[in-house]
Ligand binder design. Sequence first.
Ligand SMILES: CC(C)(COP(=O)(O)OP(=O)(O)OC[C@H]1O[C@@H](n2cnc3c(N)ncnc32)[C@H](O)[C@@H]1OP(=O)(O)O)[C@@H](O)C(=O)NCCC(=O)NCCS
Length: 147
Amino acid sequence: MRIIPCTSIGQEGWLACRQALWPDTMAGEHLAEMRTALGDPDRYAQFMASATNGRALGFAEAALRMDYVNGTDSTPVAFVEGLYVTPEYRRQGIGTLLIVEVILWARAHGCTELASDALLDNEVSQEMHRSLGFEETERVVFFRKLI
Ligand SMILES: CC(C)(COP(=O)(O)OP(=O)(O)OC[C@H]1O[C@@H](n2cnc3c(N)ncnc32)[C@H](O)[C@@H]1OP(=O)(O)O)[C@@H](O)C(=O)NCCC(=O)NCCS
């Protein structure tokens, strides 16, 4: 297994991994987001965990966020936008390796903080963050009102 950067929207398994993590997003929207990310490498990074036979085992995406990120002290902050490991390959350190790659990318872009989020009921993700040295900063509830 190795961690490789995604270099094209046709990257083996990238779209499928995205669809597994964000099933409510239409394929066309995924592809548009992937194009945007590939077109702005100073702001976005994306990595695949790839088996030696080329099979995709997971992915991570990160971005430099210029707006304020809850609980952080610097700008820009690197943010883990997406992280997913194929179910049968979980708990083998792949998520950890993907985050390590994101950290290397963030440091190379001058960041001193890496931020992330997890849904309140995603205790596995919260546990993984804690085990990788993330500290919990805030719990928030989003609202909206049609106006
Ligand atoms: C969260 C996720 C990416 C973790 O990937 P992974 O490759 O299994 O993670 P790792 O093997 O690197 O685990 C690192 C540590 O996280 C913690 N952890 C991971 N899975 C866990 C679980 N099911 N229960 C408890 N702790 C867990 C452990 O401390 C683990 O270290 P250990 O195995 O030495 O005890 C994976 O479970 C996943 O894709 N989940 C669905 C998508 C998702 O929730 N993504 C995150 C969105 S914020």
